[in-house]
Design a protein around this ligand. Structure first.
Ligand SMILES: Cc1cc2nc3c(=O)[nH]c(=O)nc-3n(C[C@H](O)[C@H](O)[C@H](O)COP(=O)(O)O)c2cc1C
Length: 386
């Protein structure tokens, strides 16, 4: 410690005495590569593959595309490898080619992926969701357009009969039976996720999908017990979390992905989100929140820049007892390490960066001079990292 408060600590490169050299001693394990324990699960590092739909399945089942995509990131050194959004019922899909977990065959096709991820020392994670009013569209490379009846369109359900956009199908407002069915579908999908061997569960309650539309005043105009003030609008989310935790073992982490702001006048704000996080914390069911944003309003104005959502993770972490996952334009090892080192989040989730580079964690380890992060024995003769 610097015992003289008037004397600043030496800067890197500044000639200092023995004490200062000791202050500057580099930790052989950079913050990004420090293990993290949540309940009974330990992630070997703080890097998570962010869930990313591949729109490439048939009948809600994964195929070789999904297997190579997830397994390559596990072999590449990612600490927590998360599937894309896996939907709880057929009407909860985004596109016809999204994945599901409403039957045992889908579960059995996911199980080897979870097993392989774990064999690489990574935590197999799964995101479970329901698209609500944003479903029944074509794939991004087909224009993301509302499907016609000829193309196999299905009925959409949502908190209220308000479409996401003029070009989207108007959903039917969910009645009590629809809500009970949807909640049960979350419970059953969670049970199957556990049976498939996943060890980390993320509920998708962001980006304008079902749990999010209930939360938002822009998409929930109900005046029954499932709407009204923030507590009423949060009820569907809290009930979903409750039924999921009922099926999810006590020793495994449960995470909720939220859109922390909707970036539009009259929409959810960070202050609302902090309140929702306190409600989630009170359930005792939730361990972490992934702090994303937007996706529920066509008029959103997002000031995109590197790390633009990190301040949300920082506030939630500081003002609640929940751990946080920071996500969004986190590209560089130094940027990622800084987020963890300064206590702004517990985990960083990388999306497009890991799409482009499945061995990003290896490169980050080299850049940050992390020692002994491991490398599959099959790849040991690849000495590009020296
Ligand atoms: C192709 C693609 C698919 C995505 N699918 C999902 C998804 O299934 N679930 C989800 O919560 N977010 C999804 N996202 C958002 C990412 O998880 C992530 O939050 C976003 O891309 C920002 O992070 P990045 O800048 O590191 O890519 C998707 C993003 C992309 C690019």
């Amino acid at each position: 410690m610097n015992s003289n408060p008037d004397k600043p600590a030496a800067m890197p490169g500044h000639a200092g005495g023995e004490n200062e050299r000791r202050i500057l001693k580099r930790d052989p394990v950079p913050h990004l590569f420090k293990p993290l324990q949540i309940r009974g699960v330990t992630a070997k590092n703080r890097i998570m593959l962010s869930p990313m739909c591949q729109y490439s399945g048939e009948n809600g089942e994964p195929n070789l595309w999904h297997i190579q995509n997830l397994c390559a990131r596990a072999a590449g050194g990612v600490g927590i490898v998360c599937t894309e959004a896996i939907h709880t019922e057929p009407r909860g899909r985004i596109t016809k080619h999204c994945l599901g977990l409403w039957n045992d065959q889908q579960r059995d096709k996911l199980a080897p992926v979870a097993e392989f991820i774990e064999s690489q020392g990574a935590v197999p994670a799964i995101q479970i969701g329901h698209a609500g009013r944003k479903g029944s569209i074509s794939r991004p490379w087909e224009g993301s357009k509302a499907l016609t009846a000829d193309q196999g369109a299905w009925e959409l359900i949502s908190a209220s009969a308000i479409p996401f956009a003029d070009s989207f199908t108007t959903p039917r407002q969910m009645d009590e039976d629809d809500i009970a069915t949807a909640l049960d579908s979350f419970a059953q999908a969670t049970r199957r996720a556990k049976e498939a061997g996943f060890k980390f569960l993320e509920l998708h309650a962001a980006h304008g999908y079902l749990a999010h539309v209930f939360l938002s005043p822009l998409s929930n105009s109900r005046n029954d017990n499932w709407g009204g003030d923030l507590a009423g609008r949060a009820r569907f989310l809290l009930e979903t979390v409750r039924v999921m935790r009922g099926e999810w073992p006590d020793d495994l982490p449960l995470c909720v992905r939220l859109s922390c702001t909707e970036w539009v006048e009259g929409g959810l704000t960070l202050e609302d989100t902090l309140e929702v996080c306190r409600m989630l914390e009170e359930t005792g069911a939730v361990d972490l929140v992934t702090c994303s944003s937007g996706g529920n309003a066509t008029g959103q104005q997002i000031p995109i820049h590197p790390g633009y959502q990190v301040p949300f993770a920082e506030r939630v972490r500081r003002e609640t007892g929940l751990k946080t996952v920071a996500v969004g334009m986190i590209h560089g090892p130094e940027q990622a390490d800084e987020i963890i080192a300064n206590g702004r989040a517990d985990i960083v989730a990388l999306g497009r960066t890991l799409l482009a580079d499945p061995i990003w964690p290896r490169r980050a380890a080299k850049y940050l001079r992390a020692e002994d992060v491991g490398w599959p024995v099959q790849y040991e003769r690849s000495d590009i990292f020296g």
